[in-house]
Design a protein around this ligand. Structure first.
Ligand code: SAM
Length: 207
């Protein structure tokens, strides 16, 4: 009887700590630090590069923006797809992430990648310059996601694409419904989604 009470109390404390931790993170959003980069290396069965390519539909010669590339898990393959006439701009709030990704791009002989340090909430680009933009497991770390989406809407050309990837393995997960509401408010039209709620890419068109 006593053992059962101890187990129940331990479970209640663990659940409480998990909920409390999640709420704290929501109120104190911050980018995952470079020292926690092992997080980026975990397997991603639901948000694969192949699925991203399918939704982003990047064509050789296009100009694409990736926000929050981290260690470049998706960046290198997208830059390769864009070819020598295309261009991938990567923007991250942490310079270390950019240095890491650029180093990899140099090693893979991909000169079509340009990096800028800054926040997605105030993008350092002119209006309507990108054919497409994407961000994977980034939006939940941003202080003002509504403003971030308005900025993305400003820099993507009319008819251009926005692809957002999220996974529940990330503590800052954004649900597909919350994303759709934010994106619609910023002027994006929802097109389609891959995968279940717990790991998905959503594609939008810039109206
Ligand atoms: C969890 S990592 C994801 C990295 C990569 N997209 C991936 O899937 O492997 C989140 C990235 O977003 C960046 N980030 C967080 N807040 C940001 C902001 N406001 N503006 C630009 N980048 C941001 C972080 O520095 C980090 O590189």
């Amino acid at each position: 009887m006593r053992a059962r009470a101890v187990v129940a109390a331990t479970a209640a404390i663990a659940v409480g700590a998990a909920i409390g931790g999640a709420m704290w993170r929501r109120r104190h959003r911050e980018p995952g630090s470079y020292t926690q980069r092992f997080r980026v290396q975990i397997p991603r069965p639901l948000i694969t590069r192949r699925l991203l390519f399918e939704l982003l539909d990047a064509q050789p010669g296009e100009h694409v923006l990736e926000v929050g590339p981290g260690l470049g898990y998706y960046s290198l393959s997208v830059a390769e797809r864009l070819g020598p006439k295309g261009k991938l701009d990567i923007l991250d709030i942490q310079p270390k992430m950019l240095h890491h990704t650029l180093r990899l791009a140099r090693r893979h002989r991909l000169p079509n990648m340009t990096a800028s340090c800054g926040s997605v909430e105030a993008l350092p680009y002119r209006d309507e310059v990108f054919d497409a933009a994407f961000l994977v497991t980034v939006l939940g770390e941003v202080n003002d996601p509504a403003r971030a989406l308005r900025e993305l809407h400003r820099v993507v050309r009319p008819g251009g694409r926005l692809v957002v990837g999220e996974t529940l393995a990330d503590p800052d997960w954004v649900s597909p419904q919350a994303l759709q509401r934010l994106a619609a408010a910023a002027g994006f039209r929802f097109e389609r989604r891959t995968g279940p709620r717990l790991g998905y890419f959503s594609r939008f068109t810039r109206a």
